[in-house]
Design a protein. Structure first.
Ligand code: IPE
Ligand code: IPE
Ligand code: MG
Length: 251
C-alpha cells in the first residue's frame, strides 16, 4: 500500500517548504563530483512538484540556493547557476502541463544577469497557471529578508505612512518576500541534518518539522507522501492543551 492512500485530502497543508539537502554526499558516496549530485537532484524536484500539485497542495517552496552558498568553490556555484537555467528551460513544458506557476524569493539581483533573465521569463511564462505555486528560494537568507522588511517599515514610519503603534505581526508578514503566500505548515529537510540554515525563520514559527535521512537525489514521490502522512498524524496545538484541541473540553 502506498502512503498516498493514507493521505486525507481534506487536511492537506496549504504550504509545504523543503530544504533539499545532501546532493554532495550522495555524489561522493558513488565517487562522483558534487555537481553530479546537483544534476541528479533535478529528478527529485520534478517528482516532488508533480506529487504536490496532483495532491492539491497550493504552495510548494524549495530551498535551492542560500546566500551562504555563494561561499562555495566558484566552479560549484557556476555549475549550480547553469543547472538552474537548464532546468528552468527544460521544465517549462512540465510546469505548464501541470498548471504550475513559478515564483522566486531571495536576493534575485545577486544572480548573474543571464540566470536572472531566464528566471524572469519563466516566471512570466507561467503566470496564468493556477493549480500550484512553485516558489524557488534563490540566493535566499531569512535574516536578510527580515532586515529588508525592517528597513522598509522604518522608511514608512519616517515618511509618516505608518504609525509605530500600528506595527504588528501582519505588518512584518506583509513586508517579507513571502507576503503573497500563507506560512508553511510543514517543513521537510532531507539528508539527516537537523537545522533550518537561515530558511524562512519568521514564516516557520508554527510549522511542523520533518527530517528524513534520505539524501535529496534519492527523494521520490513516495517519500513526499510519507512526509504528508506523518504531518497528518501530528496534533497541532498552537499553545492550547490536547483536550482543547480535540474538543473534549468546551473552549
Ligand atoms: C543541497 O545539497 C544543494 C545545495 C545546497 C545547493 P548540498 O550541496 O548541500 O549537499 P551536501 O549537504 O554537501 O551533501
Ligand atoms: C541549505 O543547505 C541550503 C539549501 C538546501 C539550498 P546547506 O547544505 O547549504 O546548509 P548547511 O550549510 O548544511 O547548513
Ligand atoms: Mg548541504
Amino acid at each position: 500500500m502506498s502512503f498516498k492512500d493514507k493521505i486525507d485530502l481534506n487536511r492537506l497543508p496549504r504550504h509545504v517548504a523543503v530544504i533539499m539537502d545532501g546532493n554532495g554526499r550522495w555524489a561522493k558516496k558513488q565517487g562522483r563530483l558534487r555537481t553530479f549530485g546537483h544534476e541528479s537532484g533535478v529528478t527529485s524536484v520534478r517528482e516532488t512538484a508533480e506529487a504536490a500539485a496532483e495532491l492539491g497542495i497550493e504552495n510548494l517552496t524549495l530551498y535551492a540556493f542560500s546566500t551562504e552558498n555563494w561561499n562555495r568553490p566558484r566552479h560549484e556555484v557556476e555549475a549550480l547557476m547553469h543547472l538552474l537555467i537548464r532546468t528552468i528551460n527544460n521544465e517549462m513544458k512540465t510546469l505548464n502541463q501541470n498548471n504550475i506557476r513559478l515564483f522566486a524569493i531571495g536576493n534575485l539581483k545577486a544572480l548573474n544577469k543571464n540566470t536572472y533573465k531566464h528566471l524572469l521569463k519563466a516566471i512570466d511564462d507561467t503566470k496564468t497557471n493556477a493549480r500550484m505555486n512553485l516558489i524557488l528560494a534563490l540566493s535566499y537568507s531569512s535574516h536578510d529578508e527580515i532586515v529588508e522588511a525592517a528597513r522598509e517599515i522604518a522608511q514608512k514610519v519616517k515618511n509618516n505612512e505608518l504609525a509605530v503603534e500600528d506595527i504588528n505581526d501582519n505588518t512584518i508578514s506583509k513586508h517579507l518576500y513571502t507576503k503573497d503566500f500563507p506560512d508553511p505548515e510543514l517543513l521537510i529537510r532531507t539528508s539527516g541534518e537537523y537545522r533550518i540554515s537561515n530558511f524562512l525563520m519568521w514564516q516557520l514559527a508554527y510549522a511542523e518539522l520533518y527530517f528524513t535521512p534520505k539524501l535529496w537525489p534519492d527523494f521520490r514521490r513516495e517519500d513526499f507522501y510519507e512526509a504528508i502522512v506523518n504531518f497528518q498524524c501530528r496534533e497541532r496545538r498552537f499553545g492550547r492543551t490536547s483536550e482543547q484541541v480535540s474538543e473534549k473540553v468546551k473552549l
